[in-house]
Design a protein around this ligand. Structure first.
Ligand code: ZN
Length: 338
């Protein structure tokens, strides 16, 4: 089959590889209904994460099970499934506590920018739908697998409640999904920080009530103005740079909470600032598995349409164009058809 391989930074291509096979009795093989490119795929593509050997890219997936290992009990061939980018058993103490992304058997999914993929720990990782959904729902279900699940976790970790005032730092796909999540959780005010007109429009579509285009001290001053000098109850940090963390910390009110899901690169914290700032923080790789059943239901019921975040669709063979479009910020998120 054709699959996406990153050889070295900037060198990505779609090439012939062996079909995936069952390696362990707890594995499943799925035929993907669609795939996509993640903002985090850009870290190795840009050389900001080492590439020691060719990487099989892709960790967002949904599709139909074609084969299962001898010990798989909860999914069977023919079922449509959605999984998380974190492989988890869903039974260990961390999984039971709702932190499947810290599962004692955790692995990170790979190889999903391809027509077929092997999913380890299938029983714990995959959630099956009652029926195979109609094709128009596929983009929305695919989004659940990572980008929505991660935005949802940012809002959950930031303790967004009915009536909350929320600031979302970052207008990438995850930030936009954070806006959608905050809206679903009943936030009254959702301030999206974005400088790009097309992303501002999407943010409003997903539920943003205000847009702040300024950054740095000016951005913080605008948030102060909009919140009566108080700051936000909840801040979603969806970028991962020193500047964005700075922004997030400065925008939260004392006692407020920051949910951070941008993988930090070059971020350090000042102890005294945290001490006197009195702000809560929870973040990390999203335990998407915790949210999957609920998010799948919301999509199937037509309550949410997170797939609107895909603004460019390309065939898998043109995957390199997709990486470039996202790298150059010409696309928010690229869906790959198979
Ligand atoms: Zn576990």
């Amino acid at each position: 089959m054709l699959a996406t391989i990153l050889h070295k930074p900037g060198d990505i291509s779609c090439e012939e590889v062996a079909d995936p096979e069952i390696l362990l009795p707890t594995d499943a093989i799925i035929k993907l209904s669609a795939s996509c490119i993640c903002g985090s795929d850009l870290w190795p593509f840009r050389g900001l994460q080492p590439v020691d050997r060719p990487m099989h890219m892709g960790h967002e997936y949904c599709g139909v099970v074609v084969e299962v290992g001898a010990e798989v009990r909860t999914v069977r061939p023919g079922q449509f499934v959605v999984g998380s980018f974190c492989i988890s058993d869903n039974t260990c103490p961390h999984c039971r506590f709702g932190f499947q992304s810290s599962c004692m058997q955790r692995e990170f999914m790979s190889g999903a920018q391809a027509p077929y993929a092997r999913v380890p720990l299938a029983d714990g990782t995959l959630v099956a739908t009652a029926e195979v959904p109609s094709p128009d729902l596929v983009p929305h279900l695919l989004a659940v697998s990572d980008v929505l699940g991660t935005g949802w976790y940012a809002a959950d970790a930031a303790e967004v409640r009915q009536g909350s005032t929320v600031v979302v730092v970052g207008d990438g796909a995850v930030g936009l999904m954070g806006v959608l999540a905050a809206k679903e959780m009943g936030a009254e005010r959702i301030i999206a920080m974005s400088r790009h007109e097309s992303r501002q429009r999407l943010a409003r579509e997903f539920g943003a009530t205000d847009i702040v285009a300024e950054r740095g001290e000016e951005g913080v001053a605008r948030i102060r103005d909009l919140t009566g000098g108080v700051g936000a109850d909840s801040v979603l940090e969806c970028v991962g740079t020193a500047q964005s963390f700075d922004q997030a910390l400065a925008c939260a009110r004392p006692g407020g909470t920051i949910g951070y899901v941008g993988v930090p690169h070059g971020v350090t914290f000042d102890g005294q600032r945290l001490f006197f700032g009195q702000k809560r923080m929870l973040g990390g790789p999203a335990p998407v598995r915790r949210f999957l059943p609920d998010l799948i239901d919301r999509v199937l019921n037509g309550k949410i349409r997170p797939g609107k975040v895909f603004d460019l669709e390309l065939p898998l063979a043109h995957v390199a164009d997709g990486y470039r479009a996202m790298d150059e910020r010409r696309a928010v998120k690229v869906m790959l058809t198979l």
